[in-house]
Write a protein that binds this ligand. Structure first.
Ligand SMILES: [Zn+2]
Length: 431
């Protein structure tokens, strides 16, 4: 894994003073930012003012992170509805329209106000954590049309880091392979699947990915990268790949560092994990909906509900960054089922299965007994493999690790779980 000479990739930061703040100082810092944005938005964004007014709050009622619970969550569907009533931005913009540089359009349709000067640091932090350095030639293969991600967020962040950007956009795979080769591009921004397309196309063109292509680092986003795909791409290109997470509305909400222990929350965002039904914050290490608050005055989204299911951890990270980490995006919250107060997502069931090569198929079955939820993992062992000794205990441990719940194991004979079976079979009744 090549690193720029003389730099330890573990010890590079974009804003070291922010990224390594001790926990109490970080809370104090974030709460100061929070108070600032709530006050600003109440004054300048009619939509935010209406949201506070609707629950009888004044900006001074929002002092601490915990106080955010008093505010309703804004979902993407709410934004779409509010924009229809009050075009173009539903009153969420924090500056008059003539002070904008651009207006972006995302599917929905949803319009986003584009600031004159891009001041967010999350994506730049993500790039440095992923190994991007000043002087890197970076291909940005996200779409530059209409949407804010490539043109505003990434292009400006590459500039902040000191990279030279090739605004490649999407598609034109063959031409993009030529770009990589001719420009000796060292950094890649795009989806993991597009990077795979580039690898395949380069192979068809008779190129050697390690000799003819110079990619050293990649920052992927917009889809979670399966670990098998990541390691295969890293191996084929001889590069490191780190993933990041965010939305077009609110920007970066998480990024991986070299230690790959989850996605650090950038220092210009506040991320809560909440129960989507009550809006109450959940403790660390408990899955719930990712809700983000940005300190961006041009588009001050406060309590934006992403609809994604994840959990935050604050265990120390060897990289030295002290911000909490989104462990993984587990899936969409509307596909999750609540068991003993915790969300369980079909993707987590697959995760348990993939940890044990002996498991051909598995399925979670939920039942009720004595007013309690019972979670049973039904396991179909691979043909010819019997459930060896110790497997039951190992799978029970995986259930605890992945779901944070205890579960029982039921081994069934091959062919019992049909391929189209639901990952979570909810048989609970409450009469
Ligand atoms: Zn880290």
């Amino acid at each position: 894994m090549a690193a720029p000479e003389g730099t330890d990739p573990m010890l590079a930061f974009f804003r070291k003073n922010l990224e390594t703040m001790p926990h109490p100082k970080r809370i104090e810092y974030l709460q100061r930012k929070l108070r600032g944005i709530v006050q600003y938005a109440y004054k300048h964004s009619p939509a935010i003012r209406r949201r506070l007014d609707s629950v009888g709050l004044k900006p001074r009622d929002i002092q601490r992170v915990k106080d955010l619970e008093k505010l309703p969550i804004t979902k993407k569907s709410d934004l779409i509805e509010l924009q229809k009533k009050d075009p173009p931005f539903g009153g969420f913009e924090g500056v008059p329209i003539h002070e904008l540089r651009r207006i972006y359009a995302s599917p929905g349709p949803l319009y986003e106000p584009g600031e004159m000067d891009y001041e967010e640091i999350g994506w730049a932090q993500a790039m440095v954590a992923a190994g991007f350095r000043s002087g890197d030639i970076a291909v940005n293969t996200f779409s530059y049309h209409m949407v804010p991600f490539a043109l505003n967020m990434l292009d400006n962040s590459l500039f902040k880091v000191g990279c030279i950007t090739v605004p490649a956009g999407i598609g034109n795979t063959e031409q993009q392979v030529h770009l990589l080769k001719n420009l000796k591009a060292s950094a890649f921004c795009g989806t993991p699947s597009f990077l795979l397309n580039l690898a395949e196309k380069a192979g068809e063109m008779g190129l050697d990915l390690r000799k003819d292509v110079n990619l050293r680092v990649g920052l992927v986003a917009a889809e979670m990268v399966p670990e098998s795909l990541r390691s295969s791409l890293e191996e084929r290109f001889g590069m490191t790949i780190r993933q990041s997470y965010g939305t077009a509305d609110i920007g970066c909400l998480g990024y991986e560092c070299m230690a790959r222990t989850g996605m650090h929350v950038p220092d210009d965002k506040l991320v809560e994990i909440v129960d989507p039904l009550t809006g109450k914050q959940l403790p660390f290490d408990t899955p719930g909906e990712v809700v983000g608050t940005t300190f961006n005055r041009v588009y001050p989204l406060i309590r934006f509900g992403t609809g994604d299911l994840s959990l935050l951890t604050k265990s120390p990270c060897p990289c030295g960054r002290t911000s909490p980490r989104l462990v993984k995006i587990l899936g969409r919250i509307d596909q999750a089922t609540k068991v003993r107060g915790l969300f369980v997502h079909p993707g987590q069931v697959d995760d348990i299965g993939s940890r044990h090569p002996e498991i051909a198929r598995c399925q979670v079955v939920l039942r009720r007994a004595e007013h309690k939820d019972l979670l049973i993992l039904r396991i179909e062992p691979r043909q010819g493999l019997s459930a060896r000794e110790g497997l039951k205990e190992e799978v029970e441990k995986s259930i605890r690790d992945v779901l944070k719940l205890r579960g029982d194991i039921e081994f069934v004979s091959p062919g019992t779980i049909p391929p189209e079976a639901k990952k979570i079979e909810d048989q609970r009744t409450w009469e």
